[in-house]
Design a protein around this ligand. Sequence first.
Ligand SMILES: NC(=O)c1ccc[n+]([C@@H]2O[C@H](COP(=O)([O-])OP(=O)(O)OC[C@H]3O[C@@H](n4cnc5c(N)ncnc54)[C@H](OP(=O)(O)O)[C@@H]3O)[C@@H](O)[C@H]2O)c1
Length: 249
Amino acid sequence: MGKCAIVFGGSGGLGAGCVRALARDWAHIVITYRGGREKAEALAASLPETCQGWAVPCDVTDRGSVFAVVEEARARGGAIDTVVWAAGLAIEQPQIGEITEEEWRAVFDAEALGFTRVVSAVLPLYRAQQGGNFVAVTSMANTRVIVGDTISAAPKAAIEALCRGIAKEEGRFGIRANSVAPGAMNAGLGELFIAERMTPEFWEKFRKSIPLRRFGLAGDVGEAAAFFASERASYLTGQTLIVDGGYTL
Ligand SMILES: NC(=O)c1ccc[n+]([C@@H]2O[C@H](COP(=O)([O-])OP(=O)(O)OC[C@H]3O[C@@H](n4cnc5c(N)ncnc54)[C@H](OP(=O)(O)O)[C@@H]3O)[C@@H](O)[C@H]2O)c1
């Protein structure tokens, strides 16, 4: 296969970690952004010489936009063998009783439906070439419930279910689908949360509740995603790898 990857949400904190990890072994990476054009372009420009990166705009709530990115990736990089899903909404953390229908719709449209749009665009290509893989960045919050995080966790549960379904239905075509579930990260949305919401006392208490005594980094998620995407994981499908320093234990 051609070693061409698309990272949806590549302009984000965790998406960028996935791009950097893939760039060691992939020849072409399409990095999608919505508002973060500069970040995506800077990331593309920073990749090693062996990897050509392109920053491409995409709105995952728009089916046409998703299909256009997949077409562009094919035109630039050839056969796509890897799709990483790392797009997600920056949302507040309301408790379940306070979440409006509009908020539920927005998060499911961007995340759960967004991923189904990606799958619809890519699956026929993977079937035709008899192979390819999906890696979805989800959340450990479906293993350890975090108060206020269900609005973020619920669409990830749908995404993980979709990955398991793809694994079972499409495995015969050489197609794999796995998830990486981050814990408390000092990257992307987590970095913002730490900077804006955590007092030093809370930070220290939280840190001590993580067995490995540190918040995760984008590279921790990136390494797990690149592993799932690689031939080293060729017999792994339908799995979720929790990358949380042991927090869910
Ligand atoms: N960081 C954490 O602590 C953490 C922990 C557990 C789970 N997660 C989950 O991991 C995922 C990635 O998180 P992150 O921290 O990397 O977030 P982030 O830095 O805010 O990145 C989110 C990415 O999604 C893109 N995006 C948002 N809406 C989009 C849309 N409608 N169409 C296309 N792209 C869109 C953003 O694009 P632009 O920035 O270009 O607009 C950005 O690339 C999220 O689902 C998050 O809930 C994060």
